[in-house]
Design a protein around this ligand. Structure first.
Ligand SMILES: C[S@@+](CC[C@H](N)C(=O)[O-])C[C@H]1O[C@@H](n2cnc3c(N)ncnc32)[C@H](O)[C@@H]1O
Length: 274
């Protein structure tokens, strides 16, 4: 398989828009949005792209449902194979629970060796939700961390629970994406229970909703407080959750501001957090 091989076909650029605003979308991605003949994506993310670079009269947008990633990737590749200049849009970074892997997976599984051989595929990064959330409160991702999607659409819940247990047990800071939806309101509470087995009640937790967007709301609570179901219910699919390690702390800085951060060094006596 060759990715990035130039041929007679068009181009497919998988781009990350960042959290939402024009100022946090890279100049490279904005240029690709301007140049493209076609934009392909989940309708919500096409709206984000529109706010960053409005469609011109000659550009087309192809919206699809958020659960149809494979089909969306194939539509985009077929358009590029016709010679069109296509962007596939993701929010945040396209390589973090988003379209870059979906496009490459289709290149991987396609049976015909010639169907997309003329297409030039490239991936262009964006600022992921966890990075924006972290920056708002300080530096909670300052030491080792893991990111886990709590969605069980594409993997069984038993795998998610095992990964939560292992990464919380290894004392990593955790970034939780897709934390809680209307279809699975109970699993976030279960995830909190699993993580809390490895954490002191006072461990800081960042609840960051709509970061980088007009309705941004960011709070720092504790894992102990997060046992409260009413607090859990404020978390939804527009929220990213950062759970601290044993070393993450909330401090009053000498600049007068409250900061949440995870120090760069790790004390040797915390070899086994359990
Ligand atoms: C399918 S994942 C896409 C992640 C995206 N590729 C990224 O790098 O941010 C969707 C999840 O990302 C998180 N997310 C995306 N944008 C967000 C934002 N602006 N504020 C808070 N969370 C966000 C939420 O957890 C949401 O359920």
């Amino acid at each position: 398989m060759s990715i990035g091989t130039r041929g007679r076909g068009g181009r497919l650029a998988v781009v990350g828009l960042g959290p939402g605003g024009r100022s946090t979308c890279s100049p490279e991605v904005r240029e690709l949005l301007r140049q493209a003949t076609d934009r392909v994506g989940y309708a919500t993310y096409l709206d984000l792209a529109e706010a960053i670079e409005p469609l011109t009269r000659t550009q087309a947008a192809h919206a699809s449902d958020n659960r149809e990633e494979a089909e969306r990737a194939r539509v985009a590749l077929d358009l590029a194979a016709e010679g069109r200049d296509v962007v596939v849009v993701s929010s945040g970074d396209p390589g973090v629970f988003a379209m870059a892997a979906a496009v490459i997976e289709q290149l991987d599984v396609e049976a015909s060796p010639t169907r997309w051989s003329s297409v030039t595929v490239t991936v262009h990064p964006g600022i992921s939700a966890a990075q924006t959330a972290a920056a708002r409160v300080g530096a909670p991702l300052g030491h080792d961390f893991a990111v886990i999607s709590l969605s069980d659409n594409l993997k069984p819940w038993s795998v998610i629970e095992r990964r939560l247990d292992a990464t919380a047990g290894a004392d990593l800071v955790l970034g939780l994406y897709n934390p809680r939806s209307r279809h699975r309101p109970e699993q976030f509470g279960r995830a909190v229970e699993v993580i809390a087995r490895h954490r002191a009640d006072a461990t800081p937790v960042v609840l960051a909703r709509d970061v980088g967007r007009p309705d941004e709301h960011v709070r720092v609570v504790t894992i102990g407080e997060l046992a409260d179901r009413d607090l859990q219910a404020t978390v939804d699919m527009r929220t990213v959750v950062l759970v601290g390690s044993s070393q993450t702390r909330v401090v009053a800085g000498a600049d007068g501001r409250t900061w949440t951060y995870t120090p760069r060094s790790y004390p040797s006596e915390v070899a086994d957090p359990d």
